[in-house]
Design a protein around this ligand. Structure first.
Ligand SMILES: Nc1nc2c([nH]c(=O)n2[C@@H]2O[C@H](COP(=O)(O)OP(=O)(O)OP(=O)(O)O)[C@@H](O)[C@H]2O)c(=O)[nH]1
Ligand SMILES: [Mg+2]
Length: 331
């Protein structure tokens, strides 16, 4: 497929995708009664041939995204669909174009999906999705389908460690499934005590725990590690084993590239809005968040003045969801 609107490759960035209006692409998450997700393989001769994708295509001028998705799934699969809830919108920049991959759940469909354009189809158990080679903007979508949409960052304890642990337990009971243990300014013995208790609670609840900024402590407890940006910049290799989670705080595209190259499982970007944790920072806003999001393919939580009520908006800007201290603690 040719892309007549693209200037030839090799031109400076400002004359490539960065300035152009995004191509709006809609795609559907079709799940069968056994919980399997339908993927289609891009055919020979098409852009990204051989990669697996969520079925869909480009929105035509004057078309609503819902109508476009219904039309594409009729043309490509021969099914009539009811378009359901949004999953996420991923802004993505390639050397040739700027994309907005707008992914919706398919609530119901009539007919049996077939590859009407010669494309192979596969029904895939969600935990096997990572085995399929997919375009870069689909990676955050797969993460959105499988991983938690919020991540608690712990506040430091006041005078009472028991109270802090009770608040953590309460957050886990409310459904928090990913926790970053952050303890600035707390001495080592007390951090050790809090972390050993937090690790027991998280383990019992099947919750993922990452230690902020202390690889030694993360390895000692067999936990994940979160790298503040200054530490991320110093890493030459993955500081924890492949089976331990690794995340990083990123503020620009260079840091996101570093996080991706290091094999980080996800990044945290912000502050989106002003927050008491960073009182001197006005917040980057959603437009800047998207400008960073579109240059990376790893899952990214938005942080900064956000809470559970902001998850849907965060997803509409390409975020995995939200990370928060106050927004997820002691509500
Ligand atoms: N349908 C679909 N397209 C995706 C996904 N991920 C992704 O990067 N894309 C990109 O979005 C664009 C969608 O193009 P398409 O070829 O499906 O468009 P289309 O069905 O309207 O076909 P046509 O333009 O050849 O007629 C392509 O650049 C494709 O690589 C995905 O999961 N599903
Ligand atoms: Mg298509």
């Amino acid at each position: 497929m040719t892309d007549s609107t693209s200037p030839p490759p090799g031109l400076p960035p400002h004359s490539r995708g960065e300035e152009r209006k995004p191509t709006h692409v809609v795609a559907g998450v079709i799940v069968d009664a056994r919980g399997r997700v339908l993927l289609a393989r891009r055919t020979e001769g098409s852009e990204l041939a051989g990669l697996w994708e969520f079925p869909g295509g480009k929105v035509e001028p004057g078309e609503t995204p819902e109508a476009a998705l219904a039309r594409e799934l009729d043309e490509e699969l021969g099914i009539e669909v009811d378009v359901g809830a949004p999953v996420m919108v991923v802004p993505h920049l390639t050397p040739r174009r700027r994309l907005r991959l707008d992914v919706r759940r398919i609530q119901a469909w009539r007919g049996t999906p077939k590859g009407y354009e010669g494309q192979a189809l596969a029904w895939v158990q969600p935990d096997k999705l990572a085995r399929y080679d997919m375009p870069a903007p689909d990676l955050p979508v797969v993460a959105a389908l499988l991983q938690p949409d919020h991540c608690l960052v712990t506040p430091p304890p006041g005078g009472d460690d028991g109270e802090w642990l009770a608040s953590l337990e309460a957050a886990l009971a409310r459904g928090v499934r990913r926790v970053q243990f952050r303890m600035p300014g707390i001495d080592r013995a007390r951090r050790h005590h809090l972390l050993s208790n937090a690790a027991l609670s998280c383990d019992a609840a099947g919750v993922q725990l990452l230690v902020n900024g202390d690889a030694g402590l993360a390895c000692e407890f067999g936990l994940g590690l979160h790298l503040p940006a200054a530490q991320l910049r110093k890493q030459r290799q993955r500081p924890v084993p492949a089976d331990a989670l690794l995340s990083a705080s990123c503020h620009d595209a260079d840091e996101l590239r570093l996080a991706q190259a290091l094999g980080c499982d996800f990044a945290i970007v912000g502050p989106v809005h002003p927050t008491p944790t960073h009182p001197d920072h006005g917040g980057i806003g959603w437009a800047r968040f998207e400008a960073l999001r579109e240059q990376a393919s790893l899952p990214i939580y938005a942080i900064g003045g956000l809470g559970p009520d902001d998850i849907a908006e965060a997803r509409s800007h390409g975020a995995q969801g939200i990370a928060a201290i106050r927004g997820l603690w002691g509500r």
